[in-house]
Design a protein around this ligand. Structure first.
Ligand SMILES: [Zn+2]
Length: 119
């Protein structure tokens, strides 16, 4: 590894850590709120609240899915495979990693994967 790859990886590590903290806070604040809503719902007709709970739950699922991606990216950082495309093994461009630190594929392979209906 030459020195010019050090910076994007360090930047990615920092961004992943920040985003993980953000998401953990969102997830932590979503859970108590949903428990409070459930108590309120018991006292009245809960149809509207159920819809809100579903929205909250979808949001929560998205946060959790992103946290899993971040977790995987951090594992690749620890293993020294971060920034390698999982499909072709080529280096993912630093610009792409800066824009999307959880990227697992290079641009070309990501496009192919989306064509195949994977994300
Ligand atoms: Zn690739």
């Amino acid at each position: 590894m030459s020195a010019r790859f050090t910076h994007p990886v360090d930047a990615a590590r920092e961004r992943l850590a920040q985003r993980a903290r953000q998401l953990e806070q969102l997830v932590a604040s979503a859970r108590p709120r949903r428990e409070i809503e459930r108590e309120v719902t018991d006292l009245k007709d809960g149809a509207a609240d159920e819809t809100q709970a579903e929205i909250d739950s979808a949001e929560l699922q998205r946060h959790l899915a992103e946290l899993r991606l971040i977790e995987q990216a951090r594992e690749r950082l620890a293993a020294g495979t971060y920034g390698e495309c999982m499909d072709c093994g080529e280096s993912i461009s630093p610009a792409r990693l800066l824009a999307q630190p959880t990227a697992m594929r290079c641009m070309a392979c990501q496009r192919n994967a989306e064509h195949r209906g994977q994300h």
